[in-house]
Design a binder for this molecule. Structure first.
Ligand SMILES: Cc1ncc(C[n+]2csc(CCOP(=O)(O)OP(=O)(O)O)c2C)c(N)n1
Ligand code: SF4
Ligand SMILES: [Mg+2]
Length: 288
């Protein structure tokens, strides 16, 4: 039975700033879930620390809100223990591309069957606007004062995901609900590691990456007849560094899952029964 919007109503009062791009991400997530025919109990959300990480408080789904930079390892464990779960990660650009970058790349390489929704606002929003690993070169903040502002190139999450081996890689925009909802649906139902980077204005701290900035620059990838089955073409698009920002599916492909290579002889970890008597014997052997 499909889920209704009312069933997804979250338990807590939303504390995001008025006008924040996170509202559009939450709305699109709800729309995606309502339109998919997946039972409520199969979803699990995992998030790190950040404004983005608060999303599990605002939607009624099984959730983990865990350490900064660490949602992907927790999501990997959940999926490996119970392959029936639909595991969705919500992570900030600081969370995913800073402290969590190693986890992101290895999960892509392993093709863990989870969906990662990367809220990219170019700042550490929750901790009051320090420049993040995704901030553009020259970006001015309290921790990157002028001159020169941020003295380095941003981490390119899309390019990293493609090179590392993610099998669905897309970019959405909080201000384009229709496309974002569709990309989220594709990511949730994709078999393999799916990433949707989501452009998201932080109206309080980021005065560069505004609604107007994104509205004027984003364009759908399909407009130019992009071939999303080619990793080479996807990477070329990801490395585009002009004034226009492509949104849509960069790459979609297939590869063996981590779970395929790590199957337990007697099925899923969830169903695995530990022989406690044997475990005790082993412990005693070691202790003697
Ligand atoms: C292990 C650890 N490192 C650092 C912090 C401090 N911290 C909390 S949130 C955050 C950054 C949040 O930025 P981002 O992930 O982009 O999320 P946003 O608030 O922008 O959505 C940092 C550095 C922490 N809580 N724990
Ligand atoms: S600080 Fe920025 S990212 Fe956080 S809720 Fe406010 S507008 Fe949104
Ligand atoms: Mg951020």
């Amino acid at each position: 039975m499909s889920i209704t919007i009312e069933q997804l109503e979250g338990p807590q009062k939303i504390t995001w700033c008025t006008g924040c791009g996170n509202f559009g991400i939450l709305a699109a997530l709800k729309k995606a879930i309502v339109s998919l025919d997946i039972p409520h109990h199969q979803y699990v959300l995992v998030s790190g620390i950040g404004c983005s990480g608060k999303i599990p408080h605002y939607i009624n789904l099984n959730s983990f809100h865990i350490l900064h930079g660490r949602p992907i390892p927790v999501a990997t464990g959940l999926k490996m223990a119970n392959h029936d779960l639909r595991v969705i990660v919500h992570t900030g650009d600081g969370d995913c591309l800073g402290e969590g970058l190693g986890h992101f790349i290895h999960a892509a390489r392993r093709n863990v069957d989870i969906a990662v929704f990367l809220h990219n606002n170019g700042v550490n929003g929750l901790t009051k606007g320090q420049f993040s690993p995704a901030a553009p070169r020259g970006y001015v903040s309290k921790t990157s004062p002028p001159p020169p502002g941020s003295p380095m190139e941003p981490v390119n999450g899309i390019a990293h995901a493609i090179v590392a081996g993610a099998t669905f890689v897309a970019r959405g925009y909080s201000g384009d609900q229709k496309m974002l909802t569709e990309l989220m649906k594709q990511a949730i139902t994709h078999r393999g590691f799916a990433v949707v980077e989501i452009l998201q204005p932080c109206v309080t701290w980021n005065r560069k990456l505004t609604w107007r900035y994104f509205n004027e620059r984003t364009y759908p990838l399909e407009e130019n007849g992009h071939d999303a089955t080619s990793r080479e073409k996807a990477l070329a698009k990801a490395l585009e560094n002009g004034d226009r920002i492509p949104i849509g599916a960069f790459y979609t492909g297939e590869a063996p899952l981590l779970a395929d290579g790590l199957s337990l002889p007697d099925g899923r970890l969830r169903d695995h029964r530990t022989d406690l008597a044997r475990l005790q014997e082993l412990l005693e052997e070691k202790l003697v």
